[in-house]
Ligand binder design. Sequence first.
Ligand SMILES: [Fe+2]
Length: 179
Amino acid sequence: MAQIRIRNTNERIEGQEQVKAFLDSQQVVYEHWDIAKLPDSLREKFTLSDQEKAQILSTYDAEIRDLAARRGYEIWDVISLSDATPNIEELLKKFEQVHTHTEDEIRAIVAGKGIFIIKSEELGYFDVELEPGDVISVPENTNHFFTLMDNRQIVAVRLFIEKDGWIAYNVDDPEFVKA
Ligand SMILES: [Fe+2]
């Protein structure tokens, strides 16, 4: 289950209902997939063949199609990152730049952990620490970035509205303070 940390106050928000209520107040979509559906062979596996990625998509086909029907996504894929990923350092550096998109950024965590850092107009930046089963969507035109946790491993399903529309616009935000 996701946990929130508000960077300016170090306040933590935990518990399904509290986290959901907080993210609702920030227009951040937060849902859950049943991680027990994932075949054992794919649990906490971070180097995936194309066939294994397809297996993840077919495991969650109903959930993906439900989200797509509600929110207009047209395409989806699986991304895996770990120390086995070529250029992982470079990729992480690129991710850690505050940016926006013109469409929302939705991720369903299948394995590992990650953190979305999102800007609230009222509260400043807050961290959303994600675990397997967490589904999150950062609203369009909202400052954010993504990073991994110490174990640097994640597998996530990504959904997109437009094939070519998902571009990061970097933002230089003087209010942003690194954790
Ligand atoms: Fe992004």
